[in-house]
Ligand binder design. Structure first.
Ligand SMILES: Cc1cc2nc3c(=O)[nH]c(=O)nc-3n(C[C@H](O)[C@H](O)[C@H](O)COP(=O)(O)OP(=O)(O)OC[C@H]3O[C@@H](n4cnc5c(N)ncnc54)[C@H](O)[C@@H]3O)c2cc1C
Length: 474
């Protein structure tokens, strides 16, 4: 009987899709020692308006990936956000003090330009040794061999980061679970030509029953508006320049606001039923899609990318066995689902305020919801900080991360005496900088993606528990 077998891999990792998520996965994997080929059917970055807000956790990831200066050159800290009623009165919101740094050591949110960011990431991918194959379309998948219009390529692992209509997800026959949100919005990015134009400083959700509108102050002179389509309005009629000019009229004229880009999007809330089949993984919009109201779609995908990259690198280096790869789905899918649900709730809340006023704040949409954390996987113990990012205090302008290195770290106090295996870097920390976390006799095990894996005074037991998730500390 003839047997079929997967050919020897050409590379460790083939990434399908060079959007922000695929590029981040490729960069982090290459930085941690994997050989990586990243493929995209486009030859240029996608030019239409999409992600604009990035939280402090993902800015921290950009710093880890060596792209902080580049990010700063195409981003601006956001001063705050609010929901306003039909009369422009604040219903709920927050203002951020200039210079404020979030728990991850960066401004809580920055506005950025997605095409500029993707160009920066392509440059960094090449710099760290990723082979970029642009203008190459994936059309099939057999085992870990992808078929493209320019020939086959085999990886030890495949990552489908090929966006919302992911071919990889379809070829794996992975269904999307619908979280019940479906609205069309037209999005326009403009350049502010008249700096005297009195536009809000904050990101605004105008909860106006006549039409719900989002305003986002972007980087530099960029200003964005997103308009919900009303019943009966079509994508074509709503995306003409004439219509956009009419919609922008309450804020400025064509002489004051130059319309740069227009696109109509259907905002969905979906999560793939699985993020992994064998040695093939999916990430980013291929694995989950959410409406943009919390600015978390790309950020969630970046968390997938970083989560997977260090695990593949650990297995390739013999520091972990393949059980660690099971934890990708276990950790990332519930986390992403939490964010999808939250984003859909934010959309429902905007509509509820528009049609029901301030009383809608009692509707329960998004109320009291905490940011998701890793509830299971390569984490252990019931300390409340387990499964959350390890905080990054900034002292004298320098973040703590440089002392953690690029692998696992064991953070403890200088006087603590703990015997550590070779695979763990010991880092002494000042408890005053980590209240409620670092203290005498306690060890905080921090993963390469900066998540807290354990907070323990029985380090050997914690390492044993992480061993059950596939980690070998030597
Ligand atoms: C209006 C709007 C506002 C948003 N605002 C925010 C925000 O503020 N913050 C935030 O975090 N997120 C936001 N998002 C979401 C964010 O834009 C997406 O989550 C993000 O772009 C997804 O990145 P990705 O890399 O997973 O997919 P994509 O960016 O879609 O990239 C997929 C890539 O795969 C390639 N590809 C597809 N199929 C193939 C194939 N068969 N072969 C080869 N290549 C292929 C494509 O060409 C593409 O380059 C917003 C989205 C929208 C629409």
């Amino acid at each position: 009987m003839p047997t079929t077998s997967t050919p020897d891999p050409d590379v460790d990792l083939v990434v399908v899709g060079c959007g922000p998520v695929g590029l981040m996965a490729a960069i982090r994997a290459a930085q941690q020692g994997l050989s990586v080929v990243a493929i995209d059917r486009l030859t240029e970055v996608y030019p239409l308006p999409r992600a604009i807000g990035m939280d402090d956790e993902i800015q921290r990831l950009f710093a880890t990936a060596g792209m902080l200066d580049g990010l700063r050159s195409c981003s601006t800290p956001m001063p705050g956000a609010e929901f306003q009623d039909r009369d422009g009165r604040r219903v709920v919101g927050y203002d951020l003090t200039p210079g404020l740094v979030g728990p991850n050591g960066h401004p809580p949110v920055v506005a950025f330009d997605q095409p500029s960011l993707e160009r920066l990431m392509q440059t960094q991918a090449l710099a760290v040794g990723v082979v970029l194959r642009l203008g190459v379309e994936v059309v099939g998948l057999t085992g870990t061999t992808v078929q493209t219009n320019k020939g086959d390529i085999t990886g030890r692992w495949i990552l489908g980061a090929d966006g919302a209509s992911s071919v990889v997800r379809k070829l794996l026959d992975i269904a999307l679970e619908d979280q019940g949100f479906d609205e069309s919005w037209v999005v326009t990015d403009t350049t502010l030509l008249d700096p005297q134009l009195p536009l809000p400083r904050n990101c605004i959700q105008h909860c106006d029953p006549a039409r719900v509108i989002t305003f986002v102050p972007g980087h530099g002179t960029r200003r964005r508006w997103e308009f919900q389509l009303l019943p009966g309005e079509t994508d074509d009629e709503m995306s003409t320049r004439e219509r956009i000019t009419e919609l922008l009229a309450p804020w400025g004229t064509a002489a004051e606001l130059q319309i740069d880009r227009v696109a109509v999007y259907r905002f969905h809330a979906t999560v793939a039923e699985r993020f992994r089949v064998g040695d093939v993984f999916i990430a980013g919009d291929a694995a989950h899609q959410m409406p943009p109201f919390n600015g978390q779609g790309m950020c969630a995908g970046m968390r997938d990318a970083d989560n997977l990259a260090w695990k593949l690198a650990a297995v390739a280096a013999g520091q972990a066995d393949t059980r660690l790869l099971d934890t990708y789905d276990v950790e990332r899918r519930p986390h992403a689902r939490g964010q999808v649900e939250h984003a859909a709730d934010a959309g429902r809340l905007i509509n509820a305020i528009a049609h029901g006023g301030e009383a809608a704040l009692e509707s329960g949409y998004g109320g009291g919801r905490s940011f998701p954390h890793l509830e299971a996987g390569c984490v252990t113990g019931d300390h409340p900080r387990v499964g959350y990012p390890f905080p990054q205090p900034v002292v004298d302008g320098t973040g703590f991360d440089h002392t953690l290195g690029d692998g696992w770290a064991s953070v403890t106090t200088a006087e603590s005496r703990t015997d550590l295996p070779a695979g763990l870097r010991r880092v002494d920390a000042d408890p005053a900088q980590f209240p409620g976390l670092v203290e005498s006799g306690v060890t905080v095990l921090v993963r390469p993606d900066r998540y807290v894996a354990a907070v323990t005074n029985h380090t050997t037991d914690a390492l044993h528990a992480l061993g059950a998730a596939g980690m070998h500390f030597g």
